[in-house]
Design a protein around this ligand. Structure first.
Ligand code: GLA
Length: 400
């Protein structure tokens, strides 16, 4: 492997990161061990917004099991904004009794009875982004309450936080989780505002790197949301911060949502796997098309995301009319390579073995969407890639 390529994938372990938690814990302590690979699950926000209730969550739990998501690794069932009712006289939070008449503990029991893990959402400010009760002033109390409900994963959002310091604030949630005595994943959701990649490791296990991912190709909003390719290029330069125990989070999947075509969804999913992104599905499982299901459940794409080496891939090269080559090194010397055509016309895209720092000698190539071996190639591999599509391959290393 060429020296420049080695430099590009320096493990996060070697970086001088700062944080309020001791060095060991950031890489190998109980906090880091909660996410040796990027977390996988489902979250209610992208499909349902704040209109969630007990019935829809229980149906989703059933479908995560019966549709094969649990077996594919999607373990967390995460409620997002909209579940909160008020606080009692002691300040304890409770669920909205109309939406969740049986309460959160019963819901957690149901989710656990399916062999899934229970995730919940709160916001560091006075209110959530959807206008419900926030956790400001109740940080540790809320972590204790969640622990008593059997929660396994907490996402903490960043609306209504004027004057708060992100690092200090999220450290408070980390401490609250530790004091609760229950291991809970902490998902830092400050949209990258406080550069959480610089301090998030050891405080939480994943940190959002940008605004919300929208279910479109290249749309944007005034409040920082962006479509697939807008969000994708916001990840550049953050690769070295991701690794076992702590992950950059380019936001939850929009596969099966909005204006994205199946081809665009396949590109989105492939690229999120190359990024070693947390794979949190966000579609309505009750209305899923066979194509959406096939994309989300592709075991060979998921294996790229979940590879034990834990490296985040990146764009290796870009040519005219939007021809990109993205690549992620895998354990055993394999490489995942995504030939990505973001341009308006179908086009040939080539990866040279030299781009990966490899010798020119013959290498086996497997197509991860066609799910078949393509044969042995010397010097590199070229494929015709449809507009807004990918050809996603695994290149076998000498040791695999
Ligand atoms: C913010 C977050 C989203 C979602 C909503 C809920 O926009 O970034 O992921 O949690 O709030 O209101």
């Amino acid at each position: 492997m060429r020296f420049s390529k080695i430099l590009a994938f320096i493990p996060a372990l070697l970086l001088p990161l700062t944080g309020s938690v001791s060095g060991d814990d950031r890489f190998d302590g109980p906090t880091a061990r909660l996410a040796p690979t990027p977390p996988m699950g489902w979250n209610s926000w992208n499909a349902f917004g704040t209109t969630i209730n007990e019935k829809v969550i229980e149906e989703t739990a059933d479908l995560l099991v019966s549709s094969g998501f649990k077996d594919a690794g999607y373990l967390y069932l995460n409620l997002d904004d909209g579940w909160q009712g008020g606080r009692d006289a002691q300040g304890a939070i409770h669920a909205d009794p109309t939406q969740f008449p049986s309460g959160m503990e019963a819901l957690g029991d149901y989710i656990h009875s399916k062999g899934l893990k229970f995730g919940i959402y709160t916001c560091a400010g006075t209110k959530t982004c959807g206008g419900r009760q926030g956790s400001l002033g109740h940080e540790k109390q809320d972590m204790k309450t969640y622990a008593s409900w059997g929660v396994d994963y907490v996402k903490v959002d960043w609306c209504y936080t004027t004057g708060l310091d992100p690092q200090k604030t999220y450290a408070l949630y980390h401490d609250g989780i530790q004091e609760s005595g229950r291991p809970m994943v902490l998902s830092i959701c400050d949209w990258g505002v406080g550069k959480p990649w610089e301090w998030g490791r050891g405080i939480g296990q994943l940190w959002r790197t940008a605004g919300d991912l929208l279910p479109c190709w290249d749309c944007t909003t005034s409040w920082g949301g962006g479509g697939v390719i807008i969000d994708l290029y916001r990840q550049t330069g953050l690769e070295a911060y991701a690794g076992p125990g702590g992950w950059n989070d380019p936001d939850m999947l929009q596969v099966g949502n909005g204006r994205l075509t199946p081809r665009e969804c396949r590109a989105h999913f492939s690229l999120w796997c190359v990024l070693a992104a947390p794979l949190i599905a966000g579609n309505d499982l009750r209305k899923m098309t066979p194509e959406t299901k096939e994309i989300l459940l592709n075991p060979e794409a998921i294996a790229v995301d979940q590879d034990a080496l834990g490296r985040q891939g990146k764009r290796l090269k870009s040519a005219w009319e939007g021809r990109d080559v993205w690549a992620k090194p895998l354990s055993g010397g394999d490489w995942a390579v995504c030939l990505f055509n973001r341009g308006p016309k179908d086009a040939p895209i080539e990866v040279d073995w030299a781009d990966l720092g490899l010798e020119a000698g013959p290498r086996e190539v497997r197509d991860l969407w066609a799910r078949r071996d393509l044969g042995s190639f010397t010097g590199g591999y070229t494929a015709e890639v449809p507009s807004h599509g990918v050809v996603f391959v695994r290149i076998k290393g000498q040791n695999s």
